[in-house]
Write a protein that binds this ligand. Structure first.
Ligand code: FAD
Length: 530
């Protein structure tokens, strides 16, 4: 730590004691009252001088460029990207960033991998706290607390899924992480819920948390667990990233590794009406099969659009190759009777990591606009005809579909008390609807596509109004994000937000409390009700 920031930091750097949850719900105090109603924006008279940024750079490593192909000292002027980033290597960097942002009324952003589909880890004219280099991983063979006794993994905030899986594998255990190897595990993924190929067996990512180390919005470095800062622990376990504090590390349950069966499949037809009827028939058959595997811990994802399901994967924890082949046999017979072209390849793997690595990973970053909804088990079973009709309408309208099929009930998750959106507990299919970005079309067409995503979201909402949407993979224009992303937890989460970030220094689109701010078309962030 460099000298010039020491006096300001000394008071807040030590891990503070065990503050307990108070029942009172605090009000936000509002950070900018003494400055203006907007965050300072590059070019404004209040924007920090080069000298001030230089002083910050003298104590923390800050990066000026937002373009990885430009030198780090070339200024960042690209639209929605942040203006400066602090390369976080220790909690003191975060504390210094929070202090600087508050003092200078600058918008602050927390960024890990930058995978967020809603752009929550970026922001025009902001200072970013970049956690990517917090890569420590520690295996704890016997974690002991009142709530849990067993193996655990402690990961730094910058650890990515594949790094956590690999460390777990070396110790004969598994942890819950995303399907894409580069998604961060302790950032938006777990804090926002976190679905995975193991979710039918162990629940969501947020169901695995044991404790967090966090720098709160007040610049305090604290622990949050079932015994310390319990309300913060509850909120960080499913209540959304970028809201209450900056997580620097997270400790999660690890589970004994086990063999896994994998089935990779595809089918296709031509797109005339008669062939499409057969396509929808095969899709319906696949959907109706789902409870038969997800009630036994299985998981699948399906990617499809009109006339083609080019990639589907089933993962069966502790299923054998023979079990899996027997399970898929009726579907094969159906495809053959329909005369559809198909492929099915079943393999068995000694470990979760081997099964995971066998996958031809399909996901890309920033390739499409998307939205989606959690479709409950009751909907696919009891409203089958309506469900099929809505799927058909959206597919015929040109959507790319991605389904995550699993049933992460409370029981499967070990009955945790956390802030996970309750709709997840009934989920059979988490459905993502997408339109690929097309760099050659007009901006106005992109805006039309946005409206189409929201329109499809409306059809899915009518189908399953009692359900909700997954905040990490949702429509950025979701009309009622509080209800759809947080459900009955919203009011309680807002209290936690106000308690740990009373000045409202953390903002991200659709995060809890974010409606206090509005981003104008030029990217400036201003109070909604000054
Ligand atoms: C290719 C791809 C595959 C995906 N696969 C899955 C999947 O299998 N399962 C699934 O559930 N989701 C998946 N997602 C969605 C993913 O969960 C979200 O994009 C998630 O927000 C990523 O979190 P991150 O920390 O890696 O990314 P970032 O974009 O860096 O951060 C996401 C959000 O979390 C906040 N945040 C980040 N770090 C911290 C921190 N340390 N403390 C507090 N807040 C923080 C950010 O401010 C932002 O709001 C996928 C996304 C992509 C692009």
């Amino acid at each position: 730590m460099r000298i010039s920031f020491l006096p300001a930091l000394l008071g807040v750097f030590a891990l503070s004691g065990a503050a307990q949850t108070s029942d009172k719900c605090p009000q936000a105090t509002g950070a900018v009252a003494s400055h203006s109603n907007c965050r300072c924006f590059p070019g404004d008279p209040c924007w920090p001088s080069t000298q001030k940024w230089g002083e910050l750079n003298a104590t923390r490593q800050i990066l000026e460029s937002c373009d990885p192909f430009m030198p780090v000292d070339s200024p960042c002027q690209v639209g929605a990207y942040v203006r400066y980033a602090i390369n976080v290597t220790e909690p003191a960097d975060i504390i210094a960033g929070i202090e600087f942002a508050k003092k200078n009324n600058v918008r602050l952003v927390i960024r890990n991998t930058g995978h967020d589909f809603l752009g929550k880890s970026s922001g025009p004219g902001s200072l970013s706290l970049w956690t990517h280099h917090l890569k420590d991983i520690e295996y704890i063979p016997e974690y002991k607390s009142e709530a849990y006794h067993g193996p655990a993994l402690k990961v730094g905030a910058g650890v990515q899924g594949i790094e956590a899986f690999t460390a777990a594998d070396k110790n004969g255990v598994v942890v819950v992480g995303g399907v894409c190897p580069s998604v961060g595990i302790a950032g938006g993924y777990t804090q926002g819920g976190g679905h995975s190929i193991l979710m039918g067996k162990y629940g969501l990512g947020a169901d695995q948390t044991l404790e967090f180390e966090v720098v709160t919005g007040e610049g305090k470095h604290v622990n949050a667990s079932k015994t310390e800062n319990t309300d913060l622990y509850w909120a960080l376990s499913g209540g959304g990233g970028s809201t209450y504090g900056v997580v620097t590390s997270m400790t999660v349950k690890a589970h004994k590794d086990a063999p896994m069966a994998v089935a990779e499949y595809s089918f296709r037809t031509s797109t005339d009406d008669a062939s499409m009827d057969k396509f929808y028939d095969a899709l319906d058959f696949l959907h109706q099969m789902a409870p038969g595997y997800f009630d036994r811990g299985g998981y699948s994802f399906n990617i499809y659009s009109k006339g083609s399901l080019p990639l589907g994967y089933f993962f069966g924890p502790e299923w054998t190759k023979e079990d899996t082949a027997a399970f898929f046999q009726p579907w094969v017979e159906r495809l053959e009777s329909l005369g559809l072209q198909y492929s099915l390849n079943i393999t068995e793997h000694p470990s979760h990591l081997a099964a995971y690595n066998s996958m031809n990973n399909p996901e890309t970053i920033g390739a499409s606009q998307s939205g989606g909804r959690i479709i409950p088990k009751g909907t696919i079973l009891n409203k089958r005809a309506q469900f099929n009709q809505v799927i058909k309408n959206i597919v015929e309208d040109g959507a790319d579909m991605l389904e995550i099929v699993a049933h992460p009930t409370l029981e499967v998750a070990g009955n945790p008390d956390n802030a996970v959106l309750p709709a997840w507990r009934d989920s059979a299919i988490f459905l993502i609807v997408a339109i690929p970005f097309n760099d050659t079309v007009e901006w106005s067409q992109m805006l039309e596509d946005q409206k189409t995503i929201t329109k499809w979201g409306g059809l899915l909402r009518e189908l399953a109004p009692e359900s909700g949407a997954y905040m990490n993979e949702a429509d950025a224009n979701e009309p009622n994000f509080k209800r759809e992303f947080y459900g009955k937890n919203y009011a309680r989460l807002l209290c936690v937000k106000n308690r740990y970030d009373p000045a409202g220094i953390f903002y991200a689109l659709t995060a809890v409390g974010s409606d206090a701010w509005t981003q104008s078309p030029d990217g400036r962030l201003c109070k909604t009700n000054p």
